[in-house]
Design a protein around this ligand. Structure first.
Ligand SMILES: [Zn+2]
Length: 359
């Protein structure tokens, strides 16, 4: 569990700790909002403040309970985190104990949620379960969780965090008290990036790209997003061969989660496609007259000024299809290649342009 203070969500947390002190805190929450705005960090903070010896309230971070929670060894805290575990799915065995022959699919701490909740609280306070990116539960896992959500127990707190709550079953969603998280203002994003040690020279650009989500800015920095966007822009402008670009992007360094090379390749392709989708969407928005602060990539818009709108739209459509192909386990490298080919000028046109440039 992380100790960093989530910026911009202090009032929400204070309200929840107050409710806990008055013994009227609800038992199941949905922390919903865009990715990277600090939803899960806030959930971690909430739990720290509940288990802290001086809580409920702002956690001291130094008492035994805080230290155990921070170290991941607090017996009354269970964190189901597919991001840290680098798995794409929250497996059924994480929720309900079952014989799971596949070691990869067993629950991270060896204990399923239902087993955990069957125990008495060992430190006498709350038993808390945090589920990160809860939308990564399949239907079976969600249905299993539903039983717990129907009768959580008087000392149980469940927080389901998700940027895509529409992927949760409506029966699950309806049992959660929703807490909505909004994007942060530019100054808050910059202060967080500075705290996280981002190079001062990159601060402004990352803050602009973040769309109010500092976690997203940090992910972009760790995934060489600037290099990827630059390649997309040059392919659009006919300045870089799409196949050459695809080959380079298939090798690009960065934090692409996955336990196996093929899982990493899939994660990398997803990142490239998401960034291409975002860039093209941004260019189309800029052309439609969006205000300057809503355009994250003015440089790309300028670079692709001569690109016909039909090509941008076709490329965007191809990219959205390719994104689904990657999720459906089709070859990630081919998916990226197809999109870059659709974004590049048709072969005849690019030859013509080259001739003009060299003459
Ligand atoms: Zn404490």
């Amino acid at each position: 569990m992380r100790s960093a203070e989530p910026v911009g969500h202090g009032a929400l947390l204070a309200g929840m700790w107050n409710a806990a002190r008055a013994q009227r805190l609800a038992h199941a929450f949905g922390f919903f909002g865009p990715p990277g705005v600090g939803k899960f960090l806030a959930a971690e903070r909430l739990v720290l403040g509940l288990v802290c010896a001086s809580g409920p309230g702002v956690p001291c971070l130094v008492c035994g309970a805080c230290k155990r929670a921070l170290a991941g060894t607090h017996p009354d805290v269970l964190v189901l985190d597919p991001v840290t575990q680098e798995v794409e799915e929250i497996y059924m065995s994480w929720i309900t104990p079952r014989d799971e022959p596949d070691k990869e699919k067993r629950p991270p701490g060896g204990v399923a949620l239902e087993e955990f909740l069957a125990l008495r609280p060992l430190e006498g306070g709350w038993r808390a379960v945090l589920v990160r990116e809860a939308d990564r539960m399949g239907t079976e896992a969600q249905n299993a969780l539903l039983k717990t959500l129907e009768e959580p127990g008087s000392d149980v707190l469940l927080v389901l965090e998700s940027s895509r709550p529409e992927r949760l079953l409506s029966t699950v969603r309806s049992r959660l008290v929703p807490a909505r998280f909004a994007p942060l203002d530019r100054a808050s994003v910059v202060s967080i990036l500075r705290r996280e040690g981002v190079d001062p020279g990159d601060l402004e650009e990352l803050a602009r790209w973040s769309r109010g989500a500092p976690g997203r800015a940090l992910a972009l920095a760790s995934q060489s997003a600037g290099v990827i966007w630059n390649a997309v822009g040059r392919v659009l402008a006919g300045d870089l061969d799409p196949l050459e670009a695809a080959a380079a992007l298939a090798e690009i360094e960065g934090e692409f989660p996955g336990r196996t090379p093929s899982a990493k390749a899939r994660a990398r392709a997803r990142a490239v496609l998401d960034l291409a989708i975002e860039a093209v969407g941004d260019i189309l928005r800029a052309r439609a007259g969006a205000s300057a602060e809503r355009v994250a990539h003015p440089a790309l818009a300028a670079l692709s000024a001569a690109v016909p709108e039909a090509r941008l739209e076709a490329g965007l459509e191809r990219a959205l299809e390719a994104r689904q192909d990657v999720d459906a386990n089709l070859d990630p490298a081919l998916a990226v290649e197809r999109v870059l080919l659709a974004l590049a000028p048709p072969p005849a046109a690019s030859t013509a342009r080259r001739t003009v440039r060299t003459s």
